[in-house]
Design a binder for this molecule. Structure first.
Ligand code: NAP
Length: 253
């Protein structure tokens, strides 16, 4: 996979992707807004794994910043062989009466940035005849839980379509669909209700990332870490949508 570009690398799943990829001897390009955290991580990865680590500070909701990241994906020097579209957030607000500017920003981050960066990466990778795009969706893609479900349903379906289009090119597309995972996500979103979920419902970021990378290596289109969330996803797909809507209030981000 050569060099991996990871969005949202300053925390949570992105940070874990950076560590596991660096440990597997991949060079990394680290993307997020917090330069200080990214620089600290890059230094740690260089020291621990001896790899080349670049920091690319970008707010992916800003078009100029997004274009700089897309340009890096198109660059021929140290070409990117794996794009991990991971940056995301929970809004922690209801749609009706909620702040519309925050809604638009979340859509830019979790849909538009995924679209633009996938376009840049898939174009460059197909020219080289190899590469992989990993888009982080969620088990929430199968639910009816606010605009977050809608964003993640878009990511999941978009990635499946991309995988179909890429068949035979040497480039793959995978949608990662985790359930509840211990990261900074819920605290940042102010989702205090998530504390009430039993520990059994939670996954560790290390396991989610290890499963995702193994699934990318075998060219899987959908990656759902853990048996319990594979069963939950199967149930959600089998249930009538009227029943899914009834559990829409049970937020599994
Ligand atoms: P996290 O710990 O809060 O990390 C989110 C990352 O996204 C941070 O590195 C943050 O960095 C970055 N980010 C946020 N806004 C950004 C922006 N405008 N531009 C660039 N980077 C931005 O959350 P996480 O759980 O690791 O989330 C990673 C992905 O997993 C998300 O797509 C999320 O929807 C998905 N997911 C999470 C769970 C879960 O339970 N945790 C479950 C299913 C799916 P900066 O603040 O430095 O920019």
């Amino acid at each position: 996979m050569g060099t991996a570009l990871i969005t949202g690398a300053s925390a949570g799943l992105g940070l874990e992707f950076a560590w596991q990829l660096a440990t597997a001897r991949h060079d990394v390009v680290l993307v997020a807004r917090d330069t200080e955290r990214l620089e600290r991580l890059a230094a740690q990865l260089r020291a621990a794994a001896g790899i080349h680590a670049e920091v690319l500070t970008a707010d992916l909701t800003d078009r100029a910043d997004l274009e700089r990241v897309a340009d890096r994906l198109r660059a021929t020097e140290r070409p990117v062989g794996l794009l991990v579209n991971n940056a995301g957030l929970g809004l922690g607000q209801r749609f009706v009466g909620g702040d519309l500017a925050r809604e638009e920003s979340a859509l830019d981050l979790m849909v538009k940035a995924v679209l633009v960066l996938s376009h840049a990466a898939a174009g460059a990778m197909t020219e080289r005849g190899r590469g992989a795009v990993l888009n982080v969706a969620s088990v929430a893609a199968l639910m009816a839980s606010g605009t977050y479900s809608a964003h993640k349903a878009w990511v999941r379906t978009f990635t499946e379509g991309l995988a179909v289009e890429l068949a035979g090119t040497g480039v793959t597309a995978t949608a990662l669909c985790p359930g509840l995972t211990h990261t900074e996500f819920h605290e940042r979103a102010g989702l205090r209700g998530s504390d009430s979920y039993p520990e059994l419902a939670w996954l560790g970021a290390d396991r989610v990332v290890a499963t995702a990378l193994a699934d990318v290596r075998r060219g899987a289109v959908i990656s759902t870490p853990s048996l319990r969330y594979r069963v939950a996803s199967g149930v959600l797909r089998a249930l009538p949508r009227t029943a899914v809507r009834r559990i829409g209030e049970l937020r599994v981000d």
